[in-house]
Design a protein around this ligand. Structure first.
Ligand code: HEC
Length: 297
């Protein structure tokens, strides 16, 4: 009875916008407790997925997907088969990363250690503005600080290729997102609200599919658990139009998931909302090894 009154009171005190999905991690107040609750629920639900195995996402649940993934990964690595795909993006990215700017400096000068370990602690929060800074924002900042033009976040031929190459340099290193200061906490909570908030005509939230229903099949696909999702982007996906592969950024994937659940105006790549979501979403993969540029259906 006591519980019931409390729930009613809570319901009346909620603002008018859509109710969040009250699944694992939502009720926890701190980032640490949120992460622990999601990890605990995921390990309990998927005892067969051990440790770093979560970076394999939906591949953990369907042997047929694993076979198809192997086949496409082999094709992806064949530059004759995929002249426009994998090899080209990697080569373009390497060229962009290594070509000196007009002032003689290079990307590596902005990040230290030749770029190794540069990507696995992004996104960060700018201590002055409180805005989230993604790794791609940092790549653009490096350009503009050196008098060069920034790249378009949705242009996978330039920003996508640069990002996949530069993130590769940190492959194997563990995601380590910090949430300590008040500004970081505020950004984390903004991202968390998006992740658990229902939207669109289907009235669904990211948390519905990637926590509550993780492992279940939606249409023809097994839903990946949120843990590990942020570790392997950008990914190569099948391009239904060309039977080839195309590079897809994490934020484009957010947009795709929102579109498929009837969100009229999905959050745009490079926007503050998308960056906030990426900050929360990547924190939930803390401890997972970066494994960039893999193939996903
Ligand atoms: C109606 C269910 C549904 C909702 C809601 C949904 N997604 Fe997805 N999502 C999918 C499906 C299906 C896939 C493809 C299978 C998979 O890898 O999980 C997918 C894939 C992904 C992937 C790629 C996983 C990988 O390993 O490559 C990410 C990242 C992702 N979703 C994030 C989100 C975020 C963030 C939201 C909220 C803005 C969201 N999704 C909302 C169904 C959903």
């Amino acid at each position: 009875m006591k519980k019931f009154t409390l729930v009613l009171l809570l319901a009346f005190s909620l603002p008018v916008f859509a109710e969040p999905v009250m699944t694992d991690g939502y009720a926890e107040k701190t980032p640490e407790a949120t992460l622990k609750a999601i990890q605990k629920a995921s390990h309990k639900k998927f005892p067969e997925v051990k440790g770093d195995g979560f970076v394999n996402g939906s591949l953990n649940f369907n042997p047929a997907s694993v076979e198809s993934n192997k086949y496409w990964t082999a094709r992806m690595n064949d530059s004759f088969d995929q002249p426009e795909g994998y090899g080209k993006s990697e080569a373009e990215g390497k060229k962009l990363w290594e070509t000196p700017f007009a002032n003689g400096k290079k990307f590596a000068d902005c990040f230290g250690h030749g770029g190794k370990g540069a990507a696995n602690d992004f996104p960060k929060v700018d201590p002055t503005t409180g805005k989230v800074l993604t790794f791609e924002n940092a790549l653009n900042k490096c350009l503009t600080d050196n008098g060069e033009k920034a790249l378009d976040y949705s242009d996978m031929k330039t920003m996508g290729a640069l990002s996949v190459y530069a993130r590769h340099l940190s492959d194997g290193m563990r995601i380590n997102i910090q949430v300590k200061t008040d500004k970081e906490l505020a950004a984390f909570n903004r991202g968390k609200e998006i992740f658990y908030g229902r939207t669109g005509s289907a009235d669904q939230a990211c948390a519905h599919c990637h926590i509550q229903h993780a492992g279940d099949t939606a249409r023809t696909e097994e839903l990946s658990p949120v843990i590990g999702q942020a570790a392997h982007f950008p990914v190569y996906r099948l391009d239904k139009g060309t039977d080839g592969l195309k590079l897809v950024s994490l934020q484009e994937r957010y947009k795709g998931c929102q579109k498929s659940t009837g969100v009229e105006k999905p959050i745009k790549e490079g926007s503050d909302a998308s960056n906030d979501l990426e900050y929360f979403h990547t924190y939930i993969s803390n401890g997972m090894p970066l494994s960039t540029g893999v193939m996903r259906k």
